[in-house]
Design a binder for this molecule. Structure first.
Ligand SMILES: O=C(O)c1cc(C(=O)O)oc(=O)c1
Length: 297
């Protein structure tokens, strides 16, 4: 028996995802995914807002191979707080095929940052989604941003679209490359050329240090899997076509906090040609961009 019981409404990740019809280019990177525990080995953080099922590094590598991908970027999941041991363990057992994005506190030492770098961490995540975390004070985040600059790391930000107006000035004050998770979580019932998504596009347009992940149609879609998540496509495609050098794609496996359904990861891969319609765009999205950001050396 595990010491952790997943939340009662927790949906297990898909047990038999389809083999995608779309063949990703050689060297493709799944640039947003997570590991959970296993909890008995790497306990979930006491301050977590959810308790997931386990999702181990070996299960992630199996999915990578099944989907025809080559590499992963593992983003520290909030259920592990600022305890990056599960992430570091995964990186250390990846044969160099995974990089990481950690969560740290302002009190982290330079030696601890150096150790994370040696393991393959290349960024930190600042999370503002209230159902997931109690966000750190801006002063702490500013301090962390200054501290990681010397390592050439970037900052990954996760927020709700409705919060962007309030966070905009803080975001644009950040001194590093900044990567936005899941396109800033647009409300896809609003127009792609409307005010809300317009602000997000302005953020990318006016700040060349900003990148976006065009991920998580399953989270953002209202039409859902039966509608092929097609309501999300215009948003993702707009970002890919306007900022082809600054986009990343990821599965978001094991899809924390999905309540309506659990996506078939193979079907998510099959959406790539809809959001990146040419081979050149697909190569940038899946290979060139993530390699530049995570495997530059
Ligand atoms: O929307 C979410 O629930 C979610 C959660 C986490 C996490 O808990 O780290 O990460 C994500 O990328 C998305």
């Amino acid at each position: 028996m595990s010491q952790f019981t997943p939340d009662a409404d927790w949906l297990h990740w898909h047990q038999s995802p389809s083999v995608p019809g779309y063949k990703a280019p050689a060297g493709a990177v799944d640039a947003h995914c997570h590991v959970f525990g296993p909890g008995d080995q790497f306990p979930f953080a006491p301050e977590r807002k959810y308790t997931p099922c386990d999702a181990s590094r070996d299960q992630l590598w199996a999915l990578r191979d099944h989907l025809g991908f080559s590499r992963n970027v593992i983003v520290q999941a909030t259920c592990h707080g600022a305890d990056n041991r599960a992430l570091v363990d995964a990186l250390n057992h990846s044969n160099g095929l995974a990089r990481g994005v950690a969560t740290v506190k302002a009190s982290i030492t330079d030696e601890e940052l150096d150790a994370l770098h040696a393991a393959g961490v290349r960024g930190v995540r600042f999370n503002f989604v209230k159902r997931l975390v109690d966000a750190l004070p801006f002063d702490d985040l500013t301090l962390i941003a200054e501290r990681i600059k010397r390592l050439g790391w970037h900052i990954v930000i996760y927020f709700e679209a409705a919060e962007l107006p309030d966070l905009y000035d803080f975001f644009t004050s950040l001194p590093t490359t900044v990567v936005v998770d899941h396109m800033g979580r647009p409300d896809v019932t609003k127009p792609v050329d409307g005010e809300e998504f317009g602000l997000f596009l302005k953020l990318l347009e006016e700040n060349p240090n900003f990148w976006s992940k065009v991920s998580c149609p399953e989270r953002l879609s209202i039409s859902g899997p039966d509608g092929g998540y097609l309501d999300v496509v215009p948003f993702a495609r707009t970002v890919v076509e306007r900022f082809p050098e600054r986009v990343l794609w990821g599965t978001d496996w094991p899809h924390p906090n999905m309540k309506s359904h659990m996506p078939d990861d193979g079907k998510l891969v099959d959406m790539i040609p809809l959001i990146a319609p040419t081979e050149a765009l697909q190569h940038k999205l899946l290979v060139e961009n993530p390699m530049r950001l995570y495997w530059a050396e």
